[in-house]
Design a protein around this ligand. Structure first.
Ligand SMILES: Nc1nc2c(c(=O)[nH]1)N[C@H]1C(S)=C(S)[C@@H](COP(=O)(O)OP(=O)(O)OC[C@H]3O[C@@H](n4cnc5c(=O)[nH]c(N)nc54)[C@H](O)[C@@H]3O)O[C@H]1N2
Ligand SMILES: Nc1nc2c(c(=O)[nH]1)N[C@H]1C(S)=C(S)[C@@H](COP(=O)(O)OP(=O)(O)OC[C@H]3O[C@@H](n4cnc5c(=O)[nH]c(N)nc54)[C@H](O)[C@@H]3O)O[C@H]1N2
Ligand SMILES: [Mo]
Length: 763
């Protein structure tokens, strides 16, 4: 059986090997040769994630102070090879194909065509992109943007651009009088940024890498370590070697949370050794975490009530709760009143399973709670997150060594972008410092986040879209409406390394501005430059690219941002864009001046092994919340999906394969899940298939079952029988983004709720 679109043979066969191991070598071996990498790729891999080296463009997992010989994973290697490909998308390429033709290509084929080399302008007459000079590009974009109302233009960032570039980009926006600065984070961990801030006063993880050396249990929710942060597997293996219990909650049995063979261990590689990662694995239904956590909290409250009655040692950390938290009594009453039948139904877990998990928690002294998109991308994602915090607070597992919430962030600098001003929220911008340092009046009107930007694009209010990396049109929900409206945007500008779908629905005026990748040498007036980023542990590192750039026509991201800034803003002697481009250390000095607490001695500390820590008040129990304490919160729903169950309705979980980085598709092999050759699948429980009369390989369509009545359909999906709870089905993002209603998002954080989308299966 072949996939009609990819032409690849479809092989559905359970994969029995552990994560890592020889499989990861084969995974690299399949993607790397296609990119024809040179020796420079190998040299870059050798320097990857090492002090004074180059920081991987893949995930945001920490870079240890004492790295392994090879401190990269299968997917990090793919990301590097993808950037350092020897293929090029030159003006001659664009002469060969019309934009409409290219728009019919698969995501994989577009990016695999190679690195963009020249600034390109869309010509509607020929329906082609044509080359232009950088001077023409800046002049034309500047002239057009100056005709727009700045408060109606979106300046989007995908979380890869450096701290230096991101700072300049956000400064440009504010000097222009706006802060429509959505970030990929708005589709990702914004639930963390809003929820953790409300609950413990810190929007980020309170733990650092070394806390994993001190914890004695890990609870993991909705994150796919084997694919999305594979280097973390080494940390988990070390934990397991110390006897740490790992309890995982996930609708799917993700291989990384099951078993790992360390590719750096001769014993594992040659003698077939492996480590069992999770000591318990609980297949919650989609959105079931609130109830799974509630069940565990209920057991603890009741055990504690009994301990008090019987004069035994307390189960909860009541000293911590009294001194450091508010609203515990209300939460405890809620737990006492909770009904087991509901908990079991809404979580999809048996009471017995929840009891087993709770026992591990009650026995452990220090617990880390790891989580990802399975928590944040739900309508009631905030309530899931609050439950996770409640769970940790009950035994004082926040703000001490070896314990705390550990969100695993996505893009390599997504957290850092927020730190240096990429935010639509005035209260998160250093308004006074900006005014004082750069002598302008920063805007105070809240800007648009991702969902608000999409609304403005669909309604026609948006007048222009500039994207600093990323693939906004492909990554966002409500794809059909977005695509139609996108074409009407007066101007679209893309700062990109590779061709993607967003480029191929040009606005009335459209530009592609090609930039250097992080692995490439960035030579400026004062010499070769370094850039910096912040990882999931709030550690900040310098990164130095050494490879000869893909083309000598490329500009660096800071240079492009400066070019745009000069084209749209009147000169301001306090913001020397050209000098900054000549010497990025001056940008770091400006960052330090804006954020003196977080970036003290920024330039001096740039290459500290393991990065320097920007600090976190909640990590030492200073709670910057409204109440001045850590806050318990009673959840508003028992399941985070945000819609009722009904006959024929499924909860669709949109997933990443092991062969993709977001909308970048490296290949068609989702090795761990045993799905090869196609991405057009629906993973379905056997019982659900029987009910619908389906067998493996049957073709179905998915239809939106949102209550807004809008028709959204994806056809031509193959059914794959899969170990997933009844009522939940899985499929791949971004192919299924057409099915997500724009208004189906996490309530407060506005993260599109891609982990529980209401759909029907049309046979
Ligand atoms: N190689 C690679 N690395 C990446 C990325 C990539 O695409 N490829 N993307 C990067 C980015 S931007 C991000 S944000 C991260 C994303 O990394 P993850 O946070 O791992 O995100 P997903 O791949 O979307 O997978 C979410 C996991 O949650 C589970 N899940 C779904 N619904 C629920 C639920 O209701 N409850 C629970 N408990 N689990 C659920 C899914 O089965 C899946 O295992 O990875 C980053 N790293
Ligand atoms: N249904 C569903 N939708 C989702 C998700 C989901 O789980 N389910 N996940 C969401 C999440 S967590 C995220 S983070 C978003 C991702 O959304 P984005 O961050 O917007 O998308 P990416 O696919 O990471 O962007 C890929 C493009 O970035 C450009 N690029 C790569 N490297 C560089 C560089 O160094 N510089 C510049 N300037 N450009 C570069 C390339 O042109 C490439 O085509 O998608 C979200 N959408
Ligand atoms: Mo993300």
């Amino acid at each position: 059986m072949r996939d009609e679109q990819t032409g690849e043979e479809i092989i559905i066969k359970p994969y029995s090997a552990p994560a890592g191991g020889w499989g990861s070598m084969r995974g690299m071996a399949e993607v790397l040769p296609g990119e024809k990498p040179g020796l420079s790729t190998l040299d870059t891999l050798r320097r990857q994630n090492k002090p004074e080296g180059f920081m991987c463009v893949s995930c945001a997992w920490g870079k240890p102070a004492h790295p392994h010989v090879a401190e990269f994973c299968e997917n990090g290697a793919k990301a590097t090879a993808w950037e350092l490909t020897s293929h090029r998308v030159t003006p001659a390429f664009f002469e060969r194909y019309t934009v409409s033709e290219l728009d019919g290509w698969m995501d994989h084929d577009l990016e695999q065509a190679g690195r963009l080399t020249h600034p390109m302008r869309y010509d509607a007459g020929t329906d082609k992109y044509v080359a232009a000079s950088w001077a023409e590009a800046f002049e034309s974009i500047g002239a057009k943007l100056k005709t727009c109302d700045p408060t109606k233009v979106v300046l989007y960032s995908s979380g890869r651009a450096s701290l230096e570039t991101s700072f300049m980009f956000s400064l440009m926006a504010r000097m222009w009088g706006q802060q429509n600065l959505p970030d990929s984070s708005n589709m990702c961990h914004e639930t963390t940024s809003v929820g953790l801030k409300n609950a413990i006063g810190s929007p980020v993880a309170t733990i650092q890498m070394e806390d994993y050396d001190k914890c004695d249990a890990i609870f993991a929710f909705g994150q796919n370590v084997g694919t999305n942060s594979p280097r973390m597997l080494h940390t988990l293996k070390d934990c397991r070697d110390r006897g740490v219990e790992i309890v995982t909650f996930n609708p799917l049995r993700e291989r990384g949370w099951e078993r790992f063979a360390d590719p750096q261990s001769p014993k594992d590689m040659l003698a077939g050794g492996e480590t069992q990662i999770s000591t318990q694995y609980h297949q919650v239904k989609a959105g079931g975490d609130i109830s799974a956590l509630l069940g565990m909290c209920k057991l603890m409250v009741e055990a504690d009530d009994r301990a008090i009655a019987e004069g035994l040692p307390r189960v909860i950390d009541h000293h911590f709760i009294e001194q450091h938290t508010v609203r515990f009594d209300e939460f405890a009453d809620f737990c006492r009143a909770a009904d087991w039948d509901e908990i079991v139904h809404e979580s999809g877990l048996s009471r017995h399973a929840i009891e087993a998990a709770a026992r591990v928690y009650m026995k452990a002294e220090r617990v880390i709670a790891v989580y990802g998109m399975g928590i944040t991308q739900h309508r009631y994602g905030m309530d899931s997150l609050y439950m996770l915090v409640n769970f940790l607070l009950m035994r004082g597992n926040v703000g001490r060594e070896g314990a705390g919430p550990g969100p695993v962030r996505g893009h390599s600098n997504v957290q850092g972008q927020r730190t240096v001003g990429i935010t639509e929220k005035t209260e998160l911008a250093p308004v006074d410092r900006l005014r004082e340092l750069f002598q302008f009046e920063p805007p105070t009107e809240k800007g648009w986040d991702t969902v608000e930007s999409c609304r403005a694009i669909i309604s026609g209010e948006c007048q222009g879209f500039v994207q600093l990396g990323g693939n906004f049109l492909r990554a966002t929900p409500e794809h059909a409406m977005m695509k139609e409206a996108w074409a009407k945007l007066p101007i679209t500008v893309h700062i990109s390394t590779k061709l993607n779908k967003s480029h191929l629905t040009p606005g009335q005026e459209s530009w592609i501005l090609p930039c250097l990748g992080r692995s490439e040498r960035d030579h400026q007036a004062t010499g070769d430059q370094a850039v910096s980023m912040e990882d999931s542990f709030s550690h900040i590192y310098g990164s130095v690219g050494k490879v000869t750039p893909a083309a000598d026509t490329l500009l660096s991201e800071p240079a492009i941002v400066a070019g745009l800034a000069k084209a749209i803003l009147p000169p301001n002697p306090n913001v020397p864009w050209d000098e900054w481009v000549g010497d990025y250390s001056l940008v770091r000095t400006a960052i330090e001046n804006c954020y003196p607490d977080k970036f003290a001695n920024f330039n001096e500390q740039l290459f500290v092994p393991g990065g320097f820590w920007k600090g976190n008040p909640a990590a030492h129990r200073e709670w910057l919340t409204e109440s001045g304490k850590a806050e318990f919160n009673v959840p508003r729903a028992l399941n985070s999906s945000g819609f009722a169950e009904k006959e024929g309705r499924f909860r669709l979980v949109t997933l990443r394969s092991n062969d993709q980085f977001n909308t970048t598709i490296y290949g068609y092999d989702d090795r761990f899940r045993g799905i090869r050759g196609t991405r057009m699948v629906v993973m379905m429980n056997r019982g659900d298939m029987l009910k619908l009369g389906l067998t493996d390989g049957d073709k179905v369509a998915l239809e939106s079952d949102a209550e807004d009545g809008v028709e959204r359909v994806v056809e031509g999906l193959r059914v794959v029988e899969y170990n997933i709870p009844a009522g939940s089905i899985g499929g791949y993002y971004p192919e299924l983004n057409c099915l997500i209603a724009l208004e189906h998002h996490a309530l407060e954080s506005h993260v599109p709720a891609g982990k529980s989308v209401p759909v029907r299966v049309r046979v």
